[in-house]
Write a protein of this length. Structure first.
Length: 240
């Protein structure tokens, strides 16, 4: 999905068996870019996008550490000799993905990679405020719940407010909280303090599925309604 919004180029494609949205973002064709969430099988799609738009890679940004969002990060970043950015709470998932997955995921990883452990990227950096790369300033908002390190990324543009939402919120749904390291209580807090205060016109670019807006989700997403947030804050069983 190529798109041109004010002062920013975005190209995206769904990758791997989980159809995770991988994004390339740049100020313009022919310039530096970032890749956001290169998951399982994303390497060739990233290479094609970089070649198609004449881009050079400056960094890999990760919204969180689940394998379907990070599996290709090391290969892409190390080949280009660029850093990978992630919240420190999820950094260990770059090498030990099963720490935040159910045991049912073990045979899937073994089938895909022959192992359940990965070699992490050579240059891993932790979010600490804004990240400036490829000529774009990305504001970071910590939004735990799906994983402890979930982070919303807000690239600075001239007119449009964009939010790379990862698996915090989707069109009509939110990220699951029943896997290891997930927390329904923290998810409710993140939705209430990081997502709902955003203006209605903010464009949400989620980790799975179609793009949407905060205004649309505020009205139509059942998980963003007051009773649903209260239920998340007071779960009968948080799976722990």
């Amino acid at each position: 999905m190529p798109d041109k919004l004010p002062n920013v180029l975005i190209a995206s494609f769904p990758a791997g068996p989980w159809q995770t949205n991988c994004y390339l973002m740049a100020r313009a064709e022919g310039g530096p870019c970032v890749v956001v969430d290169p998951g399982v099988g994303a390497t060739e799609g990233v290479r094609r996008g970089i070649e198609q738009y004449g881009l050079t890679l400056d960094a890999v940004l990760l919204t969180h550490g689940h394998v379907d969002h990070v599996a290709s990060a090391a290969q892409i970043a190390d080949e280009a000799e660029v850093p990978v950015w992630i919240h420190e709470a999820d950094a260990d998932l770059l090498s030990e993905p099963l720490l935040a997955l159910s045991e049912d995921s073990r045979p899937i990883l073994e089938s895909l990679y022959g192992s359940t452990t990965f070699t992490p990227p050579r240059d891993v950096r932790n979010y600490d405020g804004d990240v400036v790369t490829a000529g774009i300033r990305f504001a970071t908002r910590h939004a735990p719940g799906h994983t402890p390190g979930c982070t919303l990324l807000l690239p600075e543009t001239d007119d449009a407010l964009l939010v790379l939402a990862g698996d915090v919120v989707f069109a009509g749904s939110i990220g699951r909280t029943d896997m290891p390291r997930g927390s329904a209580f923290e998810m409710a807090s993140s939705l209430a303090t990081q997502v709902l205060p955003l203006p209605d016109e903010a464009h949400l670019l989620p980790g799975h599925g179609p793009a949407t807006t905060v205004g649309h989700e505020r009205i139509n997403n059942p998980w963003l309604q007051p009773h649903a947030l209260m239920a998340l804050q007071n779960p009968i069983d948080d799976g722990k």
